[in-house]
Each structure stands twice: as structure tokens, then as C-alpha cells.
Design a protein around this ligand. Structure first.
Ligand code: GLA
Length: 505
């Protein structure tokens, strides 16, 4: 029974999971064009990644020409984005979106919240100013949606240059996206990229009333490494473990992340120059346990079998796609640099655990189940990379230097206080000084995603998106509470909270 349970892994992303796919920037910077995107989309569709759940093909900066026509439409270089079949016109971005869709994938595009895009600092290729979306929000997002794009990444170079408020601009963009979605009937996923400069974890969840969004929490892991350029600048770029770890650390804001709203730790650099197999496991393990967007920035035509198989590891992806979508908390550091990060999963008593060895020596590690909020001895401990059971938690295991072991632990949750809803709110939910986690059971018969608000005396307010439920079915959602006392409020017409249990680890 237990084994069967553990092996139920979802191959495709489920409701509200953080997006998975490919992004052009890390490996192609602004030399991106139709041919490159076609090659990468083809690789994604044929190397097993699509079946594993990677679905978006995102064209980052480099697609525009830096000019608009008299009606304000963004112009592109026709040769860079040519017609691909009879009836199409050169220079129409709908061509590439249609191609991506023909492979059963979704298409993504890029803009900036300000007047200028990041092309004012070109990494390679020409400098194209003035094609950010400010002043054209409604027009541009409708255009992206009409072209057929399903995802839009909105950068902040122009917004930062003009000293804009991220909370204000991105809320306005969220509304433009919702308007575009209504007109075309096509969902347009919202990816905010202001590098954590204005604490987006405070205003990102529920921004502008939108049902789902991701926000970058830091700068770029590395400047792009475009192998095909063979220029000295790109040749000298080598990714280090510190690059990957600092993106992870900048991205840990667990109280802000719930189903539908995710901290974005940056596009992945799996297998790129400097990455060892151990570093790939660290990168994949930390992104997966963080339920972070898995947007792979590598050249998909050159992935090693080891990197590809990590990216497709179905048990790891099931941790990523867990319906709670929570971030991990550091629960132990038995030796400086040997860290145990853990998070609660939607199945009661289940934890995902990453044992990260940042040191230069092998680490022998024992897990203390009480630090995971479990009572007694866990029933099982599973090694996710190798898909095998490890026996009991009491046993120690080794983690090589600069490597990461990913585990799934099943046990019994410690007892918890429960709270009762009073119509449209639950008040006075207490979080102690340790990690505190709330498990919510609800019904949402509105037929739509319902958003509940969380307000804490710690000053944090956030939102949690609840998927619709049908009939007598009960949904569950989880949140990590900030220290202090929190209140939840929701629309009692749509949502009924059946039970709220609070667990302190
Ligand atoms: C910024 C973003 C990157 C990428 C580049 C494009 O640096 O953080 O992810 O989009 O702009 O110039």
C-alpha cells in the first residue's frame, strides 16, 4: 500500500503548480531567433521533457526591433521571425507561437514594465531602446495574447530607470493581462521579473487580483553563456556553486508562497559551463523542493544524459508539483554547511527533505524526525534520485561533498490545535517561534479559483488561491505562517473552511 502510494507521481503539472519549460536567455541571450526557438522546442518535445511536464517555450529579450509603427504596434525584424508556411507573413510573431503550439507546447514572450527594456544594456547584438510596454500595457498584452502567446515575462530595466513602484506597475499589468484574457479567451501566465528589488513577496501574491503569478526574488544566476558566439566575454563565464546557492537563498520567502503564487529563483542553468553532476543535483533539488518555476535556460540540444534524467526525475517533479506548492524551511544544520531543508506536502505526515552538503567533505547525516514535526519513527524514508527505500530514519547516510540528497519521508504529524471558521473569517491563528504550518480543508463550489487573504500581526499580508471543488469533495491547501497572530478572510458565498489545523515543528 505504502509503495503504491509513494509511486503515484504526476507526470504533468497539476492545478496551480509553478510553470515548467524552457527560456532562451541563459544560452542564447539576444541572438534568439525563430530557428533557435524551433530547434529548442523540437528538443523539448522529443527528449521526454514534454512528457515530464515541461510545457512552456519562452522567448526572452532579443525579439523586438526597438520601434513601433504609427499605431503603436511593436515591430520585429522580418528575417529573424519569418513566415513558416503559406499564408503567413514575415515578421509576424504569431508564426512562432503557432509552431510551438503545433508541438503540443505553450509559447511565452518577454517585455518590460517601463518604457525601455533591458536592451539598453545589450549582452550581445544591438542596443534597442524604447520597446518596453509602459504607455502600451493594454495594447501590448492584448497583442501578445492575439499572437497566441500563453506566458509573458515582464522585466524591470525600464521601470527601475524611471524609479517606478513595482507594486503599482505590476498590478496595472495584471489588470491588462486579465483584460486580454477575457478578450481572446486564452490564459496568459504572468511572470514578474523585478529581481526582488522592491520585495515582491509582499505584493506579488494576488497582485492586481490575478489568480496566479510568479515573481523573481533576485538577480540573474549568471550572465548568459552563449557557446555559439565564441567571444572572449562569453568564454570566460563559468557557473559556480555560490552562484546557484545565492539565488536559492535570495528566494526563500516561505510565508508568501502558496498554490498559484510562487517565488521565482531564476531560470535554471542545469548542465551549463561549470556545472558538475553534484551541482546539478543541488540545483534541481533546491528548485524542486522550493516548488520554484522550472524554466530551463540550457541549450536543450546539448544536455548530457545525466542532466536530462535529473530534469525528468518523476518523483522529484511530484515534489515540485505538490498541490500545496510550499517552500522548505531550514530545520537543522548539524555541521556548518550541512543543511537540512524540509517542507510539508499535501499528504498528511509527508515531508520533502533536502540534505545539502555545501562543504568540501563527505557528510554523514542522520535525520531527527521531531525536527520535521513528526512524532515517533517515520514509516519510510525514500531516496528520490534513485527511487529506492532507505529503511528506517534512524540509519545514517552519506552525502558527497558539494552534493544534495533528496528524500521523501512519511510519518505521523504531531498533534495540532484546530480553528473554526466564523462565516467569512478565521481569526487569532497563532504561530510560535519555530516553523509553523497551517493545513486547510475547504470546499469552493464557485466554479472558479477563490482567493483568501491572510493578514498577520508580523505585518505580512498574502493571498492563497483555492482551486474549485465539486460535490462533496474537500480541497486542501497549506500555508507557512509568519510569527505572530494571523487572520484569514474569504468570500463565504464561494468558500467554506471545513477545518484549519496548525502545526508547529
Ligand atoms: C534581466 C533578467 C534576465 C533576462 C535579461 C534580458 O537581466 O533578469 O532574466 O530577461 O534581463 O536582458
Amino acid at each position: 500500500m505504502r509503495l503504491a502510494f509513494l509511486l503515484v507521481t504526476s507526470a504533468t503539472a497539476c492545478f496551480g503548480a509553478a510553470p515548467m519549460g524552457w527560456n532562451s536567455w541563459n544560452s542564447f541571450a539576444n541572438i534568439v531567433n525563430s530557428q533557435i526557438v524551433q530547434q529548442q522546442a523540437k528538443a523539448l518535445a522529443s527528449n521526454g521533457m514534454k512528457e515530464a511536464g515541461y510545457e512552456y517555450v519562452v522567448i526572452d529579450e532579443g525579439w523586438w526591433l526597438g520601434k513601433r509603427d504609427a499605431a503603436g504596434n511593436i515591430l520585429v525584424e522580418p528575417k529573424q521571425w519569418p513566415a513558416m508556411k503559406p499564408g503567413q507573413k514575415d515578421g509576424d510573431m504569431a508564426n512562432i507561437a503557432e509552431y510551438i503550439h503545433s508541438l503540443g507546447l505553450k509559447a511565452g514572450i518577454y517585455t518590460d514594465a517601463g518604457r525601455d527594456g533591458c536592451s539598453m544594456y545589450p549582452d550581445s547584438g544591438p542596443k534597442y531602446m524604447n520597446t518596453g510596454s509602459e504607455g502600451h500595457y493594454e495594447q501590448d498584452f492584448l497583442q501578445f495574447s492575439k499572437w497566441g502567446f500563453d506566458y509573458v515575462k515582464v522585466d524591470w530595466c525600464g521601470g527601475a530607470k524611471e524609479n517606478r513602484s513595482g507594486a503599482v506597475q505590476y498590478a496595472e499589468i495584471a489588470r491588462a493581462i486579465e483584460r486580454a484574457q477575457k478578450i481572446t479567451g486564452r490564459p496568459l501566465f504572468f511572470s514578474i521579473c523585478e529581481w526582488g528589488s522592491q520585495n515582491p513577496w509582499f505584493w506579488g501574491p494576488g497582485v492586481g487580483g490575478i489568480e496566479s503569478a510568479i515573481w523573481r526574488t533576485g538577480g540573474d544566476i549568471i550572465p548568459p553563456v552563449v557557446e555559439s558566439l565564441h567571444d572572449p566575454e562569453h568564454e570566460k563565464r563559468v557557473i559556480t556553486l555560490a552562484n546557484v546557492l545565492s539565488s536559492f537563498e535570495a528566494g526563500i520567502h516561505p510565508e508568501a508562497q502558496h498554490t498559484g503564487y510562487y517565488n521565482d529563483l531564476d531560470m535554471m542553468v542545469m548542465g551549463m559551463r561549470g556545472m558538475t553532476d553534484g551541482m546539478d543535483r543541488i540545483h534541481m533539488g533546491l528548485w524542486v523542493i522550493s516548488s520554484a518555476p522550472l524554466m530551463v535556460g540550457s541549450d536543450l540540444t546539448r544536455l548530457s544524459p545525466a542532466t536530462l534524467s535529473l530534469l525528468k526525475n518523476s518523483e522529484a517533479l511530484a515534489i515540485h508539483n505538490d498541490t500545496y506548492g510550499l517552500q522548505p524551511i531550514k530545520v537543522m544544520e548539524p555541521v556548518p554547511g550541512v543543511q537540512i531543508w524540509a517542507k510539508p506536502m499535501a499528504v498528511a505526515g509527508r515531508r520533502a527533505v533536502a540534505v545539502l552538503n555545501r562543504t568540501d567533505a563527505v557528510a554523514e547525516v542522520k535525520i531527527d524526525p521531531s525536527k520535521l514535526g513528526l512524532t515517533g519513527t517515520p514509516r519510510s524514508l525514500r531516496d528520490v534520485w534513485n527511487g529506492r527505500d532507505l529503511g528506517t530514519v534512524a540509519a545514517a547516510f552519506s552525502v558527497p561533498a558539494h552534493d544534495l540528497v533528496l528524500l521523501l519521508v512519511d510519518g505521523e504529524d504531531k498533534k495540532s490545535p484546530e480553528y473554526v471558521a466564523n462565516q467569512s473569517e478565521i481569526t487569532g491563528i497563532k504561530a510560535t517561534s519555530g516553523p509553523t504550518f497551517a493545513r486547510l480543508e475547504y470546499t469552493n463550489t464557485s466554479g472558479h479559483v477563490a482567493v483568501i487573504r491572510v493578514k498577520s500581526t508580523s505585518g505580512l499580508s498574502t493571498s492563497l488561491a483555492l482551486a474549485p471543488t465539486t460535490g462533496s469533495e474537500t480541497g486542501t491547501a497549506g500555508l507557512i505562517l509568519p510569527h505572530g497572530t494571523a487572520d484569514l478572510s474569504f468570500d463565504a458565498q464561494a468558500v467554506a473552511i471545513r477545518n484549519l489545523a496548525v502545526y508547529s515543528w
